[in-house]
Design a protein around this ligand. Structure first.
Ligand SMILES: Nc1ncnc2c1ncn2[C@@H]1O[C@H](COP(=O)(O)OP(=O)(O)OP(=O)(O)O)[C@@H](O)[C@H]1O
Length: 276
């Protein structure tokens, strides 16, 4: 798997507060996250934990209230609206949850890729070459001249990924891309997305689907607007934030009813004990 040492995106102490008539909503409370290039990263967490808020910032559709977000080496914080729009068009592909949201009913699959390539500033010759490669890679080469209405939901989402990837943006952001697909079609789509990452594409997707999370190279699990843990290579890692805070897993938290803990440093590691 190609893997560039420079991450596709980095977040440090990311905070997003929404102001509404009923008060402030602290959707992200200091998220530290790294999205490695050429990998599939899944953002998981219960409803309201901040997944979409994080994705919108990574997709340069929204700005953090505080903290730092960087995509393809560009710091998003403080960037002008014009530069943000250019970054979004050139460097970020986006896939919506519902297949019809991603596509225009009157354009064929090939025309979708031609339009996306043009918007991203890709030469016509490169778009033609990439269109064949991508439709082939995503298993819809025989659908090139079909309209979205002639494609299944799974094929539409494959086309949405092809469209998001043409021109090789630094980052493809997908918000629950499998939420409307059955488990068989989900598995097929995830296989196709893995193929894309094998050719160097970076995908970050929010998901509630355990199948999708299991297919990811890295899982970032949010709880109440912070990173509760990450899963990398089958191992669950707690994340220590910039101020030294760690979120204990729920089952460990239950061991400390008084929310106080004795910390012992031993030769093997750090032990947390209930002081009572
Ligand atoms: N524009 C907004 N204005 C006010 N509050 C918002 C806004 N967008 C999101 N929120 C609130 O921020 C919190 C995080 O929402 P967010 O959509 O990021 O969570 P999520 O994990 O994606 O949830 P879901 O899985 O249900 O899509 C929630 O409490 C939500 O109600």
């Amino acid at each position: 798997m190609p893997h560039d040492a420079t991450p596709a995106a980095v977040c440090e102490g990311l905070v997003r507060i929404y102001w509404s008539p009923s008060g402030e909503v602290h959707a992200l409370k200091g998220v530290d996250a790294v999205v490695p290039a050429g990998r599939l990263t899944a953002i998981t967490g219960p409803s309201g934990s901040g997944k979409s808020s994080l994705l919108r910032i990574l997709a340069a559709q929204d700005r953090p209230t505080a903290g730092r977000a960087e995509v393809a080496g560009h710091a998003l914080t403080g960037m002008s609206a014009h530069r943000l729009r250019t970054l979004r068009r050139r460097n970020i592909g986006y896939v919506f949850p519902r297949p019809p949201q991603n596509l225009l009913p009157h354009l064929t699959a090939r025309e979708h890729l031609a339009m996306a390539g043009k918007l991203r500033g890709v030469s016509r010759a490169d778009v033609v070459r990439e269109t064949s490669e991508l439709l082939d890679l995503l298993g819809i080469a025989d659908r090139a001249e079909h309209l979205p209405g002639q494609l299944s939901g799974g094929e539409q989402q494959r086309l949405a990924f092809a469209q998001a990837v043409v021109g090789r943006p630094a980052l493809v952001v997908a918000d629950e891309p499998t939420s409307e697909l059955d488990s068989r079609t989900t598995a097929d789509l995830l296989g196709a997305v893995s193929e894309l990452t094998r050719t160097g594409t970076t995908v970050v997707m929010a998901t509630h689907d355990p199948l999708a999370a299991a297919a990811a190279d890295q899982v970032i699990h949010l709880r109440s607007g912070t990173v509760a843990h990450e899963e990398v290579a089958g191992r669950r890692l707690a994340v220590i934030d910039g101020d030294g805070r760690v979120q204990l897993p729920e089952e460990a938290l239950a061991r400390f009813p008084d929310r106080r803990v004795l910390i012992e440093l031993t030769a093997d590691g750090v032990v947390l004990r209930d002081p009572s």
